[in-house]
Design a protein around this ligand. Structure first.
Ligand code: LLP
Length: 438
């Protein structure tokens, strides 16, 4: 998919660049991003809203993959940006991202983070809780600035997905509870706050969702709430943000919808809620992360050692693992892979792909049909663009891989490979307090 294909050498090619050449030039493991595919995904969302004539903002949920180059690409495509920490906000500022298109999320934003948001006069803070309402109002007052805000609510929807990535159900750490009237209370406080401009409400029901049912149910709850707030307090929402969570195809088991279908189906329901309740159509904001970058990323590994246990299993180890892709270990996530240097060879072996960490759970793929491979081969694991590099870590003091963007036959390094020097950069020597006596 995307610009991926097999070239005349039988190698995997992405963005017109041979991935084996990339591996030689930049080393492995290596994340390769298909820039054209990211652009296409971004445009799919934008044009769908445009065609529907609905005012919208599509904000890239940058937690999926944040880097300066990625933010510059998102800026070029005219999307907005959702950040969830001072670090992501800082990265956006370094990328010179337009501040009025930055939305700040998080269930426990610190005073420093809120101050940063106010000082930089970012586009919107998605307020999550009562403490934040008070802190933000105080900071805004101090700076003489009025911050546009949304209130995040939990609509009590159980989207069908893995437990850890569920966020919209009632028993959740995120947002104001709708059932108990907390959201209503928050709306009254926000409406009366001198330095907060309440634009509307937000919800996010979960991630890697394949159906529109959950989104529609959640939207229904939001508009019922807005109807109530309108009747009781005369509140008129200018923005409704329905979050992200649109699924992608990691393996053949996954059946996501095209972006246009997610959006069209949700908007059809939104329009009827608005009409039925006699409300004004607000701007609709969404926050896709995974569906913008997930399938645009491929990780290239070098194949290393093997362990073949007769009649039990063939293990094939690669030079990365849970340090660059923790999703299989954390969520039992499934992936597909090929030998990047021999894509079309017959799959006459069945191997389980092991990472190099000192941990049995460090397995990337179980029982993958593959040609018999050895240490001269390269493995390409697909769909690693979201929550791969973003969740990479230094367990076992393994260095983080490099990231390259490929487009139109050209590659550019956008995150350099971590070095051993980088690993000890923050370390300070131990100062012995007492001399050891023999
Ligand atoms: N908006 C909010 C408020 C979110 O919490 C999230 C994701 C998104 C948008 C973007 O969701 P997406 O479109 O990417 O599904 N580490 C997990 C995913 C955690 C998602 C957390 N929130 C994984 O690797 O699957």
């Amino acid at each position: 998919h995307g610009t991926s294909k097999v070239n005349t050498k039988g190698h995997l090619e992405i963005g017109g660049v041979d991935t084996i050449e990339l591996a030689n030039d930049y080393g492995t493991p290596l994340y390769v991003y298909d820039v054209a595919l990211i652009r296409q995904r971004a445009r799919d969302f934008q044009t769908t809203f445009k065609n529907l004539g609905v005012k919208a903002q599509v904000a890239y949920a940058s937690k999926a993959f944040s880097s300066v180059a990625m933010f510059q690409l998102i800026k070029e495509e005219g999307l907005s940006l959702d950040v969830v920490s001072g670090g992501e906000l800082y990265t956006a500022l370094v990328a010179d991202f337009p501040v009025d298109r930055i939305h700040f999320h998080g269930n426990n934003k610190s005073v420093e983070e809120l101050e940063m948001a106010v000082e930089k006069q970012i586009g919107c803070v998605v307020v999550d809780n009562f403490l934040e309402l008070t802190l933000l109002q105080d900071i805004c007052e101090k700076h003489g600035y009025t911050m546009p805000i949304l209130l995040r609510v939990t609509p009590g929807i159980n989207a069908h997905t893995h437990d850890y990535i569920l966020t919209g159900q009632e028993d959740s750490k995120f947002g104001f509870d709708l059932q108990s009237g907390q959201a209503h209370e928050a709306m009254k406080i926000a409406s009366n706050a001198t330095h907060l401009d309440l634009l509307g409400i937000h919800c996010h029901i979960g991630s890697q969702i394949f159906e529109t049912t959950g989104f529609k149910l959640a939207a229904g709850k939001l508009f019922d709430t807005l109807k109530l707030w309108n009747d009781k307090e005369g509140f008129e929402a200018r923005v409704v943000n329905l979050g992200g969570g649109f699924g992608i195809r990691y393996t053949e088991e996954d059946n996501p919808l095209p972006a246009s279908v997610y959006v069209e189906e949700i908007i059809t329901d939104v329009q009827s809620f608005v009409k039925d309740h006699g409300l004004k159509m607000p701007e609709i904001w969404i926050e896709p992360g995974r569906s913008l970058v997930g399938d645009a990323g491929t990780t290239i590994y070098s194949v290393g050692s093997k362990k073949e246990i007769p009649n039990i299993r063939h293990y094939l180890a690669i030079d990365g693992g849970m340090t660059d892709n923790i999703r299989p270990a954390l969520y039992q996530a499934k992936y597909e892979a090929v030998l990047a240097n021999r894509v079309e060879d017959e799959a006459d072996d069945k191997v389980s792909i092991a990472g190099k960490c000192c941990e049995s759970g460090d397995m990337l793929i179980w029982d993958l049909p593959l040609p018999k491979a050895n240490h001269e081969d390269y493995l390409a694991v697909f769909c690693t663009g979201a929550y791969g590099y973003a969740m990479a870590n230094n367990y076992n003091r393994i260095t983080k891989p490099a990231v390259v963007f490929v487009e139109d036959g050209e590659a550019q390094l956008v995150i350099r490979r971590e070095t051993f020097e980088d690993l000890v950069r923050l370390d300070l020597p131990f100062q012995a307090k007492t001399k050891l006596t023999k």
